[in-house]
Ligand binder design. Structure first.
Ligand code: ADP
Ligand code: MG
Length: 316
C-alpha cells in the first residue's frame, strides 16, 4: 500500500494491548491461538461498498457496523462474544479514514469485551469482513430450528427504523429529530447481546432480523418446518417511524426493510412470564406478535383477516 506499509497500518491502527488471557497468540503471527475451554459459535459477515452501505457512509459508522452485524448473529445464538478477526480491502490508504474506522470498531468491541486477534489487509474495492467467535455460557445456545407448535413468537425493540433511515440517508432529507434518529438506527445498529444471553435459557428458537421480518420469520420457521399466525397490527414500530412515514410505508419498512438487528424468537406459552421478566429491567421492549403452528405456512393477519406479505432483501 502507498504511504504507510501494510505492517505499519496493522501496527498503528489495529494492534492494541490485550488483557485477555485466553488469547495465547494474537496479532502478528501466522494465526491466532485461543483458549476457548468449550464450544464456540463462529460467524462471519462482509460489508461491501454500494451493496451493504452507501458510498457516503462514514468510516466510524462502518467500523461499528462491521462488528455490529456479527454481534447480532451471536446475540441470536445466545452467545458471549469474545474474539474477532478483521479483513479489510481498501482502494487506498487514508490515515484519517483508518483512524475513524478503527475508532468505530474498537468502541463497540470494548463495549462487548471483544478482542481483535488477527485479520488481513489487501487492496481492492472497499469491503470489510469481520469474523466473530463466541463462547456459550453453560454450553447453552439457541438455534433457528427448535420452535414448536403453540409457542409464542416475539420480537425485541421496534422494526422498520433502519430501512426508513436508509431511505432518508439516501435522499439527504433527514432534517428533523425523528428523521435523524432513524438514520442513526441504520448507521449504528445495536446488537441485542444481553437480550440474546437472557433468552438462551428459555427461547426455543431465535434469529436476528437483518433481512426484514417477513424474510427472517421465513428463515426461522423454515428450519423447523413450522408455520405461524402473525398479527400485523402487533408489530412494534417506533414513534419516529410513525412521525416520518405514512402508515402504509411504515408497515412496508417494518415487514420488508432490513438492517434492524432486533431478535425474533419463539418461547413456550408457559414461559411468557420468563420472557417478560428477562426484559423488565432492560430498556428494551419485547412484543408478542404471533403463535407458531404445526404446518409450514406463515399466515399474516390484519384485523383477523389473512393478507399477502412478500418482501425481504435477497442478494441473488
Ligand atoms: P499472513 O500473510 O501470514 O496471513 P499477514 O501478513 O497477512 O499474515 O498479517 C500479519 C499479521 O497481522 C497476522 O497476525 C494477521 O492476523 C494480522 N493482521 C493482518 N491484517 C489485520 C487487520 N486488519 N487487523 C488485525 N490484524 C491484522
Ligand atoms: Mg502467514
Amino acid at each position: 500500500m502507498q504511504t504507510l506499509g501494510e505492517f505499519e497500518i496493522i501496527e498503528r491502527f489495529f494492534t492494541r494491548a490485550s488483557e485477555d488471557r485466553d488469547v495465547l497468540v494474537g496479532i502478528g503471527d501466522d494465526a491466532a491461538v485461543l483458549d476457548a475451554q468449550g464450544p464456540l459459535a463462529v460467524t462471519v459477515d462482509t460489508l461491501t461498498a454500494g451493496i451493504h452501505f452507501p458510498e457516503n457512509f462514514t468510516p466510524h459508522a462502518l467500523g461499528h457496523r462491521a462488528l455490529a452485524v456479527n454481534l447480532s448473529d451471536i446475540a441470536a445464538m445466545g452467545g458471549e462474544p469474545r474474539w474477532c478477526t478483521l479483513a479489510l480491502t481498501l482502494p487506498e490508504v487514508a490515515e484519517d479514514w483508518l483512524t475513524e474506522l478503527a475508532r468505530g470498531f474498537f468502541e463497540l468491541a470494548d463495549q462487548h469485551g471483544v478482542t481483535l486477534v488477527g485479520g488481513n489487509l489487501s487492496r481492492g474495492p472497499l469491503s470489510v469482513s469481520v469474523q466473530l467467535l463466541a463462547t456459550l455460557a453453560g454450553d447453552r445456545f439457541v438455534t433457528r430450528a427448535g420452535g414448536r407448535a403453540g409457542d409464542d413468537l416475539y420480537v425485541t425493540g421496534t422494526l422498520g427504523d433502519a430501512a426508513a433511515g436508509l431511505a432518508l440517508l439516501e435522499s439527504g432529507e433527514a432534517q428533523s429529530d425523528p428523521a435523524r434518529a432513524l438514520v442513526e438506527r441504520f448507521m449504528y445498529p445495536t446488537p441485542r447481546i444481553a437480550a440474546g444471553r437472557a433468552l438462551a435459557s428459555f427461547a426455543t428458537a431465535a434469529i436476528d432480523v437483518s433481512d426484514g421480518l417477513a424474510a427472517d420469520v421465513g428463515h426461522l420457521l423454515g428450519r423447523s418446518g413450522r408455520g405461524a399466525v402473525i398479527d400485523i397490527e402487533a408489530i412494534p414500530v417506533s414513534e419516529a417511524l410513525c412521525t416520518e412515514c405514512p402508515p402504509a410505508v411504515a408497515l412496508e419498512h417494518a415487514l420488508a426493510g432490513g438492517d434492524d438487528y432486533e431478535l425474533c424468537f419463539a418461547a413456550e406459552r408457559d414461559d411468557a412470564d420468563a420472557v417478560a421478566g428477562a426484559f423488565r429491567d432492560a430498556a428494551l421492549r419485547v412484543t408478542r406478535i404471533g403463535r407458531l403452528t404445526g404446518d409450514g405456512a406463515v399466515v399474516w393477519r390484519r384485523n383477523g383477516v389473512a393478507v399477502d406479505v412478500t418482501g425481504g432483501y435477497r442478494h441473488f
